[in-house]
Design a protein around this ligand. Structure first.
Ligand code: AMP
Ligand code: ZN
Length: 137
């Protein structure tokens, strides 16, 4: 894809700090890391987001994420890691080429989970929403 910054990173047109590469993926440092060693897994073939990612590529993302996260724990002393996929502008996706963030995390840091406002369902609302979803699945 022309003018796609992650396509350019994947094909080497834009320099990146690369920690892993294979036929399908390049794993590079995020230019504005949440913590040092924050990695982005970028598929080499353009897909706008997770819904456009071919299943055979998608199936390789989680094992690679686990491998990179484990390396962050072993090599950087991280106590854990966040695996984050943002899909759509409303969800915070700013680069429209699928990518997975692997962020090393340390004890004592504010956890990233549940930084949304926790809501509740009204009577019958959960079942009505679940029915809509089931119809599409
Ligand atoms: P997202 O908001 O999930 O789309 O994440 C996009 C990420 O890409 C952000 O965390 C940016 O810091 C990162 N980013 C943008 N441009 C570059 C670049 N040239 N090299 C590395 N990371 C980048
Ligand atoms: Zn792209």
């Amino acid at each position: 894809m022309d003018n796609c910054i992650f396509c350019m990173i994947a094909n080497g047109q834009i320099p990146s700090t690369t920690v892993y590469e294979d036929d399908d993926f390049k794993a590079v440092f995020d230019i504005a890391p949440a913590n040092p060693g924050h990695v982005l897994i970028i598929p080499k073939k353009h897909a706008g987001d997770i819904t456009e990612l071919p299943q055979e590529t998608a199936a390789k993302v989680l094992p690679l994420a686990a491998r990179i996260g484990k390396a962050q724990m072993e090599a950087l002393g991280a106590d854990g890691f966040n695996t984050v996929i943002n899909t759509g502008e409303a969800a915070g996706q700013s680069v429209m080429h699928f990518h997975t963030h692997i962020i090393p995390r340390y004890k004592g840091e504010a956890p990233m989970v549940a930084n949304w406002i926790q809501k509740s369902y009204k009577d019958g609302e959960a079942e009505a929403i679940a029915a809509k979803l089931r119809e599409k699945l």
